[in-house]
Every structure is written in C-alpha cells, then in structure tokens.
Design a protein around this ligand. Structure first.
Ligand code: SAH
Ligand code: SF4
Ligand code: F3S
Length: 462
C-alpha cells in the first residue's frame, strides 16, 4: 500500500538535491511524495543551519508538526517525523531532548541509511534514532539511481563538504571535509538525466571548484576537465556550477569559460566583503584586488560573463571604512544579482566568540545600503537586455494563460507568450520589457537571433 511522504526543504540547492535522493531511497518502501504534511505517514524536515533565523524556523515547524502528529494518532494513524540536514547534524542531541515528537534525526552524510532507519522505527513504536556520524563509507555508493527527473533543469552534486573554514561558516562542521565524486559516476548521472529530457544541469558543491575527482583517464580531474567531458553528453545544452571559492578558480576553469560553449555565461562567485582586513578576519585567503583581477581574467575569457555574489555585512570588527570598501568593490565589479546577509554568529565557529560584534541597527543600516546598490545594478543589468535577442531554455508554463517561462543564459527568468510545445526547448527570444525580477519577451525569428545575441554579449558587461 502507498504511504505518504512529505519532505520540506530549507537552505541551499544541495539540500534540494538531497531531498530528492531521500525520496528515491524511500520509494521501494512504498512512500510517494505528497505536497502537504497533513495525514502524511512520514514527514522529513531537511534543514539548514547557516544563519540563526534558518535554524530557528525548524523548531517552530516541529511545533506545528507535533499537532498534526497528535491529530493522526487520534485517527488511529502513526505519523513519523524525521529531521535531516545541517541543523540535525549540528544539534541532533538537542533536538532529541527538546522535541520528543521527533522519531529520527540524521545528518547529510548518513541519509543513505534512511530506509533502514524508517523500517526500524516503524516496527517499534518506542524507538527513536539519532545518526549524525561521518561514516567511512561514501553515501553515493549506496544511493539508488535517481527517479526520472521532472523538468528540463536538474541539480547534480559532484562535490560535498569544505576544508576552507571561513571563520563565520558552519558548513565544514555540518557537511564535513571535502570529497569529490568520481567523474565516471557524475558523467553516468548526467547521461541518465539528459536521456530523460534534462537540458541543463547545475553541478553542485559547497566549494564546487575545489572539485578533484578520480578522472576517466585514471588521473585526478579538476572541475574544468569534468565540465569539458560533460559538454560532450548528448542532449545536454547548458552547464552551470555553484558555489565557487575565488581561491579555487584555476587557469583551466577560467579558460573553460571562454571555450566551452555549453558553460553558461553566469557565475556565482561569493566575495563576502571588499575590505582586506575583513577578508583576512574571515579567513578567505584572498584580497579584494585578487577578486578584481580574477573577474578581469574571467571577463577576458568570456566578455559577457554575468556575475553574482554573496556578501556579509556587520562581520565582527567591521568599521564604516571596511563597509565602504565593500561598496567600492561592488561599484567596480557590477553584479547581475547578489545575495547579502547580516552576519549571524554561529555556535562553534571562531567569529562567534569575537569581542567586537557589530550592533544590530548598524548591521541593518549597512544591509539596506548594500542592497540598494545591488538592486540598482540588477535593474540596470536587466534593463540592458531590452531590445536584444537571447536563447531561452523554456522550463514550464507561466503564471498567465498562453505564457511559458524559462531562463536566459545569464539565469534571468524570462516570460514569453509562446506555444506550450516549446517547453523543454531553447528558442530565440526578443526581450521587450522588464518586471521586478524577470524579463518579458517574444519569440524571435531564428534569422536575426545570432547577431542580436552577439550584441548582448558585447553590451552585458559594460
Ligand atoms: N557553500 C557556500 C556557502 C553557503 S552559505 C560557499 O562557499 O559560498 C551561503 C552564504 O551564506 C555564504 O556565502 C555567506 O555569504 C552566507 N553566510 C554563511 N555563514 C553566515 C553567517 N554566519 N552569517 C551570515 N551569513 C552567512
Ligand atoms: Fe563556508 Fe563556503 Fe567558506 Fe566553505 S568556502 S567555509 S562553505 S563560506
Ligand atoms: Fe544550509 Fe547546510 Fe546548505 S547549513 S546552506 S543546508 S550546506
């Protein structure tokens, strides 16, 4: 008999990927995904610990689930609750104590044991399990093949964990040390995805350009070699990767941006701050000018490359002058989009104990200032697209009848009135307007498309 599985995912794209793999693991036990927790047989919260707000959400969600679990019990059904992901890894014992309604707690490196854990807890009403080990075995060796993908764009984890230990970040503690999957496994997964209709893959890793997997030729492959091989996969049209560290951007990867056509001209390259003093305190191991030079090299290789980044404001000790250096860097680079956050002290990380914490109102003010500048850059970037023609990979139906939605090479969402039959395909689109976060376009004749696309490439980085 079918059982209902509800998975709620927080945090980064890797959690999205992991949640899908959890569903793959549970399918043989009869679990089918549903889109609401009410009446589910198993609820999994796949959590994120990156900032305090993200972690706190989990406890309020567990509170709501407790009520649903009691309601199920009154109806004579048993609802299992599992907490997975980075909060489970960091605070497993605490969840066990604080939330008696939670049956299973497991971390990002033990979810391949999920089916066994669920079976054990289902058998015995009194059992609660905590498994936040960093096991010797590699979970990827134990995962079943992924179910047929739903869309034309898919995530593919190639690398996990991080050895960089930025002083603000929990990731090295929650995901563990850096590991790369062998190229053969990645290529096989990409081939299966492409055969099932996927046209775009985003290679995932906490520090994805630190990739150093076992290559198809027996040697060690860095990310550029893997990208070049994936570009040969039939049916695959677009390759992206996220998230990168500026220090791990090697020459071959920079070159790949120029010579691998399928590698899309959009790069998320977190810089965090424009102040050398803050970058040193963050243990980023590069200076602001290193970042400027790296972007120059990337743009030399691929002139229309659009950049995205992450910023932290109010890191301990950040002065007005440090913050001004961040604004200066943003002005120098020109971002197509970016994420910015107030520093959030995370238990167990070095910066959390620093004496000079920045007062909340100062953080608020700096965040507002930075976001205003980034917003203006994003709007200008989108505005520059108007009048050009770009290839759009259509992914799904739009909000309005007759409309479909896709992405530009620069990751901008594009809406166009076009036949539904174009979903899953790439078509040239003339951009005719912008809305808050997306572009509006109409299908363009193929003839002028090439020339117009070149025009975008020349103007987008101006
Ligand atoms: N793997 C990613 C990091 C994921 S976290 C990477 O290496 O870039 C995404 C972003 O969250 C980080 O780039 C950083 O800007 C932000 N972040 C991480 N820890 C934070 C903290 N303690 N407070 C505020 N923002 C944080
Ligand atoms: Fe965290 Fe990224 Fe730094 Fe690694 S490189 S510690 S994941 S911010
Ligand atoms: Fe969050 Fe863990 Fe991803 S802390 S950002 S879910 S690696």
């Amino acid at each position: 008999m079918d059982k209902k599985l509800y998975v709620k995912t927080y945090g980064c794209q890797m959690n999205v990927y992991d949640s899908m793999r959890m569903a793959d693991l549970l399918a043989p036990l009869g679990y089918r995904a549903v889109d609401a927790p009410g009446g589910a047989d198993l609820v999994i919260l796949n959590t994120c610990h990156i900032r305090e707000k993200a972690a706190e959400k989990v406890y309020s969600e567990i509170g709501r689930l407790r009520l649903l679990k009691e309601e199920s019990a009154r109806g004579g059904r048993r609802m299992l609750i599992a907490v997975a992901g980075c909060v489970a890894q960091a605070q497993g014992e605490e969840i066990l104590d604080r939330a008696p309604c939670v049956d299973i707690i497991f971390g990002p490196q033990t979810y391949h044991r999920l089916a066994d854990m669920v079976a054990r807890v289902a058998r015995d009403e009194g059992t609660r399990l905590l498994d936040t080990e960093f096991p010797a075995e590699d979970k990827f060796d134990f995962l079943p093949e992924e179910a047929a993908p739903q869309g034309v764009s898919a995530f593919l984890t190639i690398q996990e964990g991080c050895d960089r230990f930025c002083t603000f970040c929990v990731v090295p503690y929650t995901r563990g040390g850096e590991r790369s999957r062998p190229a053969a496994a990645v290529v096989a997964e990409a081939e299966r995805l492409a055969a099932a209709g996927v046209r775009e893959i985003t290679l995932l890793g906490q520090n994805v350009n630190a990739y150093h997997g076992h290559g198809l030729d027996g040697g060690e492959w860095r990310l550029a070699a893997l990208v070049r091989r994936l570009a040969l996969v039939e049916g695959l049209e677009r390759i992206r990767y996220t998230t990168s560290h500026p220090r791990d951007m090697d020459d071959d990867l920079v070159a790949a941006h120029g010579d691998v056509e399928k590698l899309m001209p959009f790069l998320h390259l977190p810089v965090q701050s424009g102040s050398d003093r803050m970058l040193a305190a963050m243990n980023r191991r590069h200076r602001a000018d290193d970042y400027r030079r790296l972007v120059e090299r990337l743009r030399r290789a691929r002139p229309d490359l659009a950049l995205s980044s992450d910023f932290i404001v109010g890191f301990p000790g950040e002065s007005g002058k440090d913050f001004a250096a961040t604004l200066a860097l943003v002005n120098d680079i020109g971002f197509a989009q970016a994420f910015s956050f107030k520093y959030s002290p995370r238990p167990g990380t070095p910066a959390a104990d620093a004496r000079e914490q920045v007062p909340e109102p100062v953080k608020d003010e700096r965040l507002a200032g930075l976001q205003q500048l980034l917003r203006a850059q994003q709007d200008a970037f989108n505005q520059r697209a108007v009048g050009s023609v770009m290839p759009v990979l259509f992914q799904e139906a739009g909000r309005h009848p007759g409309q479909i939605r896709g992405r530009s090479p620069y990751l901008q969402p594009v809406h166009a009135v076009a036949p539904a039959g174009l979903v899953g395909r790439t078509a040239p689109v003339r951009i005719i307007g912008v809305t808050a976060n997306s572009l509006r376009g109409e299908i363009a004749g193929t003839a002028g498309a090439g020339a117009a696309h070149r025009m975008v490439e020349e103007t987008a980085c101006a």
